[in-house]
Ligand binder design. Structure first.
Ligand code: ZN
Ligand code: ZN
Length: 360
């Protein structure tokens, strides 16, 4: 954790002139302190690191958060935070403006009159983007659970089976494989519903001729995986095959564009270009990918709207997930999790990507 705190202090020094920082988001709290409890704040100054939590977590926090002084707070915890800040006579305090609610912001203002609250989320954006070896092994393990779970449930992709049954079968396999949780509720979208990019599993029953998009992830020691495959139930239409082929080609182009130093916008454009050339540009309405770590969606994002100067660096883990969604008809998305390397990328998701014809 020491090196992570050093990285935080470096970011705070360069962007926030070294002012103390209040950390409130669960992911950054865990990343910086090792504390996995559901409530608590970190206060990180130049000299000291404090973890303020409540009675339920004091013992756990003391065991997990090496190098932090654990302070037992009373409800509401922000009151204790304010006391600590006042004792130190800090005049400025950085905070996670993209996480703190408006109500908590107002509470902080009331509790700390005379202290300037400085938005800090922007400064912290790159904090977790480059993964350490230990983080990578958790992500790899979570990704392997996805590969194995999908393989195991393939026999269930038959006409008459409900989307919700497939989602539950996947979830159960992930848990049995050692996942502590799912990374997000599985998306299982079949037939005409496959045009819903985030169609949660419903009670629709699979029919012959359906495309089925399955997007799911496991969580292991806090770290997420994220993978999408689109499969066919029996023979599908020529249109469906064509869309699948275009998305597969776009995905390949995206993967090939990834390497250290590549611009996040250009990687998106490499895949998007393939889809646009085939006339489906308007049906690919989301970014090509996103970072994955303690949060299933984190930086960097691969998108036409990425910051202009955002580039990939070795050790980043991102998804590559182009899709084409024809409203009311069909949709295809193919998503891999990849590790950015100096001269390319290592694909972490290993599940096959040719169009699988199942249950027929
Ligand atoms: Zn996904
Ligand atoms: Zn994703």
């Amino acid at each position: 954790m020491d090196s992570r705190l050093a990285k935080l202090r470096e970011l705070v020094t360069s962007y926030l002139e070294g002012i103390p920082m209040l950390i409130s988001s669960p992911e950054n709290r865990r990343y910086l302190s090792g504390f996995t409890g559901s409530a608590g704040y970190l206060l990180i100054g130049e000299q000291e690191s404090l973890l303020i939590t409540d009675f339920r977590y004091v013992e756990q926090a003391s065991a997990q958060a090496a190098g932090f002084r654990v302070v037992r707070g009373e409800f509401p915890l922000l009151r204790t935070v304010a006391e600590v800040v006042s004792q130190r006579a800090w005049k400025r305090l950085g905070f996670e403006d993209e996480h703190v609610s408006f109500a908590d912001y107002r509470r902080l203002q009331d509790l700390l009159p005379g202290v300037e609250l400085v938005p800090g989320s922007q400064a912290l954006r790159s904090l977790r983007q480059i993964k350490e070896p230990g983080e990578l092994s958790c992500i790899r393990r979570a990704a392997r659970m996805c590969d194995a779970a999908l393989e195991a449930v393939l026999p269930l992709f038959t006409p008459g089976v409900e989307e919700a049954e497939l989602a539950w079968a996947l979830e159960r396999r992930l848990r049995e494989a050692g996942a502590e949780d799912i990374a997000f509720p599985p998306i299982v979208a079949s037939g005409p519903r496959s045009s819903l990019p985030h169609g949660r599993a419903s009670h629709r029953r699979l029919q012959r001729g359906d495309l089925v998009t399955v997007d799911f992830g496991a969580r292991y020691q806090g770290y997420c995986s994220d993978m999408t495959r689109t499969v066919a139930v029996g023979e599908v239409s020529a249109d469906a095959r064509r869309v699948y082929e275009v998305v597969a080609r776009a995905q390949q182009a995206g993967l090939q564009a990834i390497r250290a130093g590549a611009s996040c916008r250009e990687v998106d454009a490499a895949a998007r270009g393939v889809i646009e050339e085939e006339g489906f540009g308007e049906y690919f309405g989301h970014g090509l990918g996103h970072g994955v770590g303690l949060s299933v969606h984190e930086g960097p994002r691969l998108s036409p709207h990425a910051e202009e100067d955002a580039v990939l660096q070795p050790g980043m883990v991102v998804t590559v997930e182009p899709g084409v969604y024809l409203p009311g008809r069909l949709g295809v998305r193919i998503e891999d999790l990849v590790l950015v390397t100096e001269d390319g990328c290592e694909i972490i998701s290993t599940f096959r990507k040719d169009l699988l014809i199942l249950g027929g």
